[in-house]
Design a binder for this molecule. Sequence first.
Ligand SMILES: Nc1ncnc2c1ncn2[C@@H]1O[C@H](COP(=O)(O)OP(=O)(O)OP(=O)(O)O)[C@@H](O)[C@H]1O
Length: 229
Amino acid sequence: MRTDPAGTLAGARTPMAVAGRAITMRLGERLVLDAVDLDVEPGTFAALTGPSGAGKSTLLWILGRALEPTGGSVTYSGRLLPDREAAARAGVVLVPQGNALVTPLTARENLLVPLLMLGIPAKEAHARADAALTLVGLDDSGTHLVEELSGGQQQRVAVARGLAARPSILLADEPTSDLDATTREIIVGLLRAEAEAGAAVLMSTHDSWCADQADVEYHLDDGHVERRR
Ligand SMILES: Nc1ncnc2c1ncn2[C@@H]1O[C@H](COP(=O)(O)OP(=O)(O)OP(=O)(O)O)[C@@H](O)[C@H]1O
């Protein structure tokens, strides 16, 4: 598998925009999201900022069709997708906070299994898994079990799993929170490269340096989102 000079997995991807309209989410007594509108266009690297508990993860999960909102809609280049499985098949990739890696598997197997489940031929899946691990600097750790990896290495495996899917829309929930400064810059560079390759990328972050690297910043607070640039 080739990687192009910008640091993405080579190969075509379908450009797709994500649009949230009047997204409302009530969790228990709390109105976490109150009629939120948000757009990420193909080729855009966007940051989602806001205080702890503002609802950033909730919004990313809704945009990834992993969570049904109380109200409002999410469309993908104008299309509705019925559920998370349809979204994954359409190229909507979610890198969740906490990584959600399968611990009895190796790093490489964590990349391979979702690709094989999407019906990607085994030879290509293996090539994509290896290329994505190389992009995040873990080509020597592919055979390690998840539990043998540090928190930061696990986070990089989770990002690699997202890159291996060659996403049209990449939703990354605090993907740099456990990383040192150098690795943080590498991961942010990879997310930017995904956008430059045509993906719509939305990254939640508490890190002002990471937010500054994005083209667009959405700030979420008290249920409302404000576009800051
Ligand atoms: N299942 C649930 N039931 C009730 N409240 C919930 C549930 N899940 C999340 N919440 C609440 O929803 C709010 C938003 O949580 P969320 O994790 O989306 O925020 P966040 O901005 O991503 O926070 P952080 O930056 O700390 O990760 C929080 O107040 C949280 O306690």
